[in-house]
Design a protein around this ligand. Structure first.
Ligand code: DSN
Length: 440
């Protein structure tokens, strides 16, 4: 490797990160491990080429190979998601999820139009127009009028009749579903019908579920939506990027929204990596993987429930689990830090109707895409659930004080680092990781 000789500093950081990934359990539900051939495509000489425009309609010369590449990846995208090419088109150039969502808004909306989207603590996404304490924190909330819809306070599941009532009242031009922490299947049939009944567009953001939708493990939104977008690096297991599918009549507006509306030159190396991921997504091996991701999450949820945890919505239909730790009198961040010391990498998260703050929310978000990529199955999920419980119990004495949070976190970090039980679990996790290595 030349990097080792020419830039030892960066080389060493990459080696250390490879070791960290190899020796710990990747349980952040939005993360996954892209296979070597995808990394090869992303690290290829395609990185050298500018290609503003669309295939065969470019602003640069030297496009003969990139035109073929982008057209091929578009075809693969439609095929992988079973989207009818007579009704749907796709743009594969968006750099990631947030710009992809912004491109849909730019294509379909005018400034000041109303968007109805999932409330962030109920599992939504910042790019769908986050407003916190009347502060408009994302581009969408600064440009558009946002009306959030909520999960039912008891079940923590969407009540589609309530959403329909709200839609009739606020008359959005766009309804968005999807986000980061809703553990249940989203009823695209119902949301599509609600949008249609009031003349609104329906955008399904399936970034988290892309691999599960492509394999038909979860309901596909294509029959019901006007636009569907996803990132490509989560359950789809590709490189960091995005796909935007849209009904054919809107493709010109969408292409113009991506370029020149929001972006410059497409990242051709990423587009190539996405193409490889899409080919994988059509295989029976990938379908088996997607099914196992869900099975693993369901076993993990059931085990944690048995251990006394409040699993938000009572379980999961997909790859993610949200624990509400208020029952244990805890917020999510100390358990997340303690789990990190033990080798379980997850994240603290808000939960529906949270009483904590964004930095000190009540939830812990766990996911199975990464550990399933390592071929772990139900037996390992039971073991992992047991470790999670042990770590949370071991460190539940550390409660956040009203004041001096920063100092406290420092002390806790030191205490956690020296905790014998956490060190012991991290040794056992390293052993498990050696038994289930990251596939090439
Ligand atoms: N940040 C991603 C997640 O963790 O869910 C979504 O963009």
């Amino acid at each position: 490797m030349n990097l080792k000789k020419t830039d030892k500093q960066i080389y060493d950081i990459i080696q250390k990160e490879a070791k960290r990934q190899a020796e710990t359990l990747m349980m952040i539900p939005s993360e996954n491990m892209a296979p070597e051939e995808i990394r090869e495509a992303v690290g290829s000489i395609l990185i050298n080429k500018y290609s503003e425009g669309q295939p065969y309609r470019r602003y640069y010369q030297g496009m003969e190979n990139v035109n073929i590449l982008e057209s091929l990846v578009e075809k693969r995208a439609l095929k992988a998601f079973h989207a009818d090419p007579n009704a749907w088109d796709v743009n594969v150039q968006a750099y990631s999820g947030s710009p992809a969502n912004a491109a849909v808004y730019l294509a379909l909306l005018e400034p000041g139009d109303t968007i109805m989207s999932m409330f962030l603590p109920d599992g939504g996404h910042i790019s769908h127009g986050w407003i916190f304490k009347e502060r408009k924190l994302s581009l969408a909330s600064k440009i558009y009028n946002i009306s959030f819809y909520h999960v039912d306070p008891k079940t923590k599941i969407f009540d589609y009749e309530e959403i329909a009532k709200q839609a009739k009242k606020v008359k959005p031009k766009l309804i968005i579903s999807g986000g980061t922490a809703y553990p249940r299947d989203i009823r695209h049939d119902k949301l599509g019908k609600i949008a249609k009944s009031i003349g609104a567009y329906y955008l399904a953001d399936i970034s988290h579920e892309a691999g599960l939708v492509a394999t038909e493990v979860l309901q596909s939104p294509f029959k019901y939506a006007d636009a569907v977008m996803c990132t490509t690096h989560k359950t789809l297991r590709g490189p960091r990027g995005a796909l935007i599918f849209i009904r054919k009549e809107h493709i010109d507006a969408l292409d113009k929204a991506v370029f020149p509306g929001l972006q410059g030159g497409p990242h051709n190396h990423t587009i190539a990596g996405i193409g490889v991921a899409l080919k994988h997504a059509t295989t029976s091996k990938f379908k088996a993987y997607a099914k196992q991701v869900v099975k693993n999450a369901q076993v993990l949820a059931a085990e944690l429930k048995k251990a006394g945890y409040d699993v938000v919505s009572g379980g999961t239909d997909k790859h993610l689990i949200l624990l509400d730790l208020r029952k244990q009198g805890l917020s999510g961040n100390i358990p997340a830090m303690a789990l990190e010391k033990a080798g379980i990498i997850c994240n603290y998260n808000t939960v529906p109707y949270d009483t904590g703050s964004p930095m000190y929310p009540s939830g812990l978000r766990l996911g199975t895409p990464g550990i399933t990529t390592r071929n772990m199955k139900e037996k390992q999920m039971k073991q992992i659930a047991h470790w999670i419980d042990e770590v949370i119990k071991e460190t539940s004495q550390y409660v956040l004080p009203e004041k001096g949070k920063k100092e406290f976190v420092e002390i806790v970090t030191k205490n956690l680092s020296k905790n014998k039980k956490l060190i012991d679990i991290s040794t056992q996790i390293k052993k498990l990781c050696r038994k289930f290595p990251i596939p090439d």
